[in-house]
Ligand binder design. Structure first.
Ligand SMILES: [Zn+2]
Length: 388
């Protein structure tokens, strides 16, 4: 077997999904390609960005997809940059986590500090979670400074760039919390506040106030359905586009593999998919979907490919969002029919299958007529918040 992406000969048969597993794809219906270990590792980094950190990750939660490996802490996580919910009974903000396969969001262990009034508030599923947070803080502070003079690193999430009024809300206090991956993170309005919080927490720890702290009168609160919450996604748009390119190329490669013995012959695209070269502007274009098609395909992953005016074009629909991918001049050896396609229906037993030529043609025609959406003008990127 030869790796689809780098062409190396593989000792072990290892398959990769056409539709990323993290988004609901399966290894069925011949919708897979051979991929070597090195290429799969590189590609899965890009797919993790889409499945855990992009706005699409929320679909996995909403569709009730089960996590890939239930026992792995990171499996099935939705990891937006910021997620805050206000408890309507106390007016306190909590940081929550979302995980595919769980029906309710979970409040993360957090220490909220009212810097002006010297008040502490603990959040979490119970007092033992506060103790876990405290021991994490204490063990970080026990570290001596390393070669760089740092004792450790904490991710800081700033509300500054957050498109909401939380930063202006007097009810919001800065906090230190344990992420779903058990890393300490800080959420504050701005860098100055982050520094003030870090100083306050270090002071509380060194004076022994944290160590001897015993949460009393713990009140449990679960987030009921319909509670207003704020989530901000931030992800690398280049990785997102790479995944779109991969789906389109993998569809073609799977079709070639299933129908004859030749190899995928798109060197430029293959190099980008395996992560050896950067995606070029204009290769992947988001299409502003018509609302009708948005609704119609909001629970589906769809991939279409075909030759148009000598170029190989891929169309990728991810939960109702459409992207076009320009895969370059169609190679002579390409024995593609006018259009091929596949679909994964993510709910109802995950029906994943190839589309008939007529079905694939229909999508291509809609694209050509602009009813799949027309390219967003002057905007090279994803419609959601993304960092490039
Ligand atoms: Zn490879």
């Amino acid at each position: 077997m030869i790796c689809t992406w780098c062409g190396s000969t593989m000792k072990h048969k290892s398959k990769d999904h056409v539709f990323p597993r993290g988004l609901g794809g399966q290894l069925v219906a011949d919708l897979w390609v051979y991929a070597c270990e090195r290429c799969r590792t590189s590609i899965s980094k890009a797919e993790d960005e889409v499945a855990h950190r992009s706005h699409l990750s929320a679909h996995r939660f909403a569709k009730g997809l089960t996590p890939r490996r239930k026992k792995r802490p990171s499996s099935g996580l939705v990891e937006p940059r910021i997620r805050l919910v206000k408890d309507p009974t106390t007016n306190r903000y909590s940081v929550f986590s979302l995980r595919a396969g769980e029906s309710h969001p979970r409040i993360l262990p957090a220490l909220e500090v009212d810097l002006e009034n010297d008040k502490l508030f603990f959040h979490g599923a119970g007092p033992e979670e506060s103790q876990r947070l405290i021991s994490n803080i204490l063990s970080l502070l026990r570290n001596g400074p390393g070669a760089t003079g740092l004792i450790g690193e904490i991710t800081v999430r700033l509300l500054d760039e957050f498109p909401s009024d939380i930063a202006k809300d007097a009810d919001f206090n800065p906090r230190i919390y344990l992420s779903e991956r058990e890393h300490l993170e800080i959420c504050t309005r701005n860098p100055q506040e982050a520094l003030a919080l870090a100083r306050a927490v270090a002071y509380l720890a060194t004076t022994g106030a944290l160590k001897s702290y015993e949460p009393s009168g713990w009140k449990s609160w679960t987030i009921p359905g319909g509670t207003p919450h704020n989530v901000a996604f931030e992800f690398d748009g280049r990785l997102f586009d790479r995944v779109v390119l991969k789906i389109a190329c993998a569809l073609i490669a799977a079709n070639i593999r299933a129908n004859d013995s030749s190899q995928l012959d798109l060197p430029a695209a293959q190099s980008i998919v395996r992560g050896d070269s950067e995606i070029q502007p204009g290769m992947v274009t988001p299409l502003s979907g018509a609302s009708r098609t948005d609704r119609e395909f909001s629970d589906r992953l769809i991939a279409i490919a075909g030759v148009r005016r000598g170029r190989l074009i891929g169309l990728v629909g991810l939960y109702g969002e459409w992207y076009s991918a320009d895969l370059g001049i169609a190679p002579d050896r390409s024995r593609l029919p006018h259009a091929i396609g596949a679909m994964c229906h993510v709910v109802e037993g995950r029906d994943q299958r190839w589309l008939s030529t007529e079905e694939a043609e229909r999508f291509m025609r809609s694209y050509e007529h602009g009813s799949l959406g027309t390219p967003l003008e002057g905007e090279a990127g994803n419609p959601a918040v993304s960092k490039r």
